[in-house]
Design a protein around this ligand. Structure first.
Ligand code: ZN
Length: 163
């Protein structure tokens, strides 16, 4: 396992669409292990493969024990979304900025595990936000594209930069 470098905005790799994983082999397992290490080291709660410059549809998340601990999603697809929530969001590839982003309250996805087995996952609240944020990365979308406003936490988070 190893810690990989996290790509920063405006690196164009963050704007590419990641490709479907077809080989569930050792390379994929190493990627997933490295991504988890990199996420915990940062520290962050989610990381998508394009953020370590690998254009594959692979995501790791850990939104805490109450949300199931470490979650690995390969080739995730949104099945349904429901409700909405508006709250703060940040990104390991956009240092120093947060945004207020509207997300669904509940999201149901299907994905493959590291061995290619399909499963379904329903996320609520913080986990739903994480899942949407990470799947956006696989499509070249960043939270700053969607944010109702973007601000520097602790500096101008009262009525800061609006975008
Ligand atoms: Zn992000």
């Amino acid at each position: 396992m190893a810690i990989r470098m996290i790509v920063q905005e405006p690196d164009p790799v963050l704007r590419e669409k990641a490709v479907t994983v077809k080989n569930f082999n050792k390379n994929l397992h190493k990627l997933l292990d490295d991504m988890a290490d990199t996420m915990y080291d940062a520290p962050g709660v989610g990381l998508a493969a394009p953020q370590v410059a690998v254009l594959k549809r692979v995501v790791v998340m850990d939104c805490g024990e109450e949300y199931g601990g470490l979650i690995e999603l390969v080739n995730p697809e949104i099945i349904t979304t429901d409700g909405e929530q508006i709250g703060p969001e940040g990104c390991l590839s956009i240092q120093g900025l947060e945004g207020t982003v509207k997300r669904p309250m509940t999201v149901k996805v299907k994905a493959q595990d590291r061995n290619g087995e399909w499963f379904e996952l329903e996320g609520q609240e913080f986990l739903a936000r994480c899942i949407m944020h990470e799947i956006d990365h696989l499509n070249g979308v960043l939270f700053t594209d969607l944010a109702l406003r973007v601000y520097r936490p602790g500096q101008d988070d009262e009525g800061g930069n609006r975008r």
